[in-house]
Ligand binder design. Structure first.
Ligand code: 13P
Length: 249
C-alpha cells in the first residue's frame, strides 16, 4: 500500500511570525486523514517550525539541500544540518531550482545520493516544459529526467524516494494538468520504473502531482489511481485551502 502524501512547498514566502501563525492555524484545523501531511518552510524557519510542530503529525521538510558533506559552499545547507534540527525529508530537483539555479540532472543525482546516504527521504521533482508537451516530447523528457538522476540507484533506495511530477507549465500559472493528463503521465512513470527495475518497486513508489492544485480541483486529481497525493505551492500558503486539499485525498 503506497503512502498518500500532501505536501506544501512554501517556496520563498512567509517570515517567521507568519510561519508560526500559519502552522498554528494548520495544526488547529488539521483534519483526520490517512495522508501524510508535510510543509516545507524556508530554511531560516525550519528549526522554529520543527519546534512549533513538536506535538503535531505535520512533518517539516526542506525545500532543497546540498550534495556535499560540509565545506566551502557559501549559502548552502547540508544533510547533517537538516538532520540536526529534526528534518529528514528534502525536496530535490524542483523546476525552480533547475531553471533559476542551474541544477542539472547530474547535480541532482549527486544530491539524491547524498540524501539517501544520510537516510534523508527524497521528494524528487521533475516535469516537462510547455514546448516539450506541445512538441509531444513530454514522455521522453520525463523519462530522461528520471533515468539521469535516479535509475543508477539500487532498487532498495526506492523505499526512500517519493516522486513529484510537476509539469512546468502548470506551476503557479493557474493552469493545471487535467486529471486525465496527470493519470496518463503517472501511469507512464510507473511503467518506466517497472522497465528499469520491476513492478514491485514501481508499485510502492508514491507519485505526487504538483501544479496549480487547488481546493476546487484536488479531489478529481487525487481520485486517479496512480496519483498518490500532491505537492502544493500557492494553495498551501492559505490554511483553509491547504486543509480543504488534505480533506480531498
Ligand atoms: P503551485 O501549486 O503554486 O502551482 O506550485 C506547485 C509547486 O511548484 C509545488 O512545488
Amino acid at each position: 500500500m503506497r503512502s498518500k502524501i500532501v505536501a506544501g512547498n512554501w517556496k520563498m514566502n512567509k517570515n517567521m511570525t507568519e510561519t508560526e501563525a500559519l502552522l498554528a492555524e494548520l495544526s488547529a484545523k488539521l483534519p483526520d486523514s490517512d495522508a501524510e501531511v508535510m510543509v516545507a518552510p524556508t530554511f531560516v524557519n525550519l528549526a522554529v517550525s520543527v519546534r512549533n510542530l513538536e506535538h503535531s503529525t505535520i512533518e517539516v521538510i526542506a525545500q532543497n539541500m546540498h550534495f556535499a558533506e560540509s565545506g566551502a559552499y557559501t549559502g548552502e545547507i547540508s544533510a547533517d544540518m537538516l538532520l540536526d534540527i529534526g528534518v529528514d525529508t528534502a525536496i530535490i530537483g524542483h523546476s525552480e531550482r533547475r531553471a533559476y539555479f542551474g541544477e542539472t540532472d547530474e547535480i541532482l543525482a549527486k544530491k539524491v545520493t547524498t540524501a539517501l546516504g544520510k537516510n534523508i527521504r527524497v521528494i524528487f521533482c521533475f516535469g516537462e516544459e510547455l514546448e516539450d508537451r506541445k512538441s509531444d516530447q513530454h514522455f521522453s523528457v520525463v523519462e530522461s529526467q528520471l533515468k539521469n538522476a535516479l535509475f543508477s540507484l539500487e532498487a532498495s533506495a526506492w523505499n526512500h524516494i517519493v516522486l513529484a511530477y510537476e509539469p512546468v507549465w502548470a506551476i503557479g500559472t493557474g493552469e493545471t494538468a487535467s486529471p486525465e493528463q496527470a493519470q496518463e503521465m503517472h501511469a507512464f512513470i510507473r511503467k518506466t520504473i517497472t522497465e528499469a527495475y520491476d513492478a514491485a518497486t514501481a508499485n510502492k513508489v508514491s507519485i505526487l502531482y504538483g501544479g496549480s492544485v487547488k481546493p476546487g480541483n484536488a479531489e478529481e486529481i487525487f481520485s486517479k489511481p496512480d496519483v498518490d497525493g500532491g505537492l502544493i505551492g500557492g494553495a498551501s500558503l492559505v490554511a483553509d485551502d491547504f486543509v480543504a486539499i488534505i480533506k480531498s485525498i
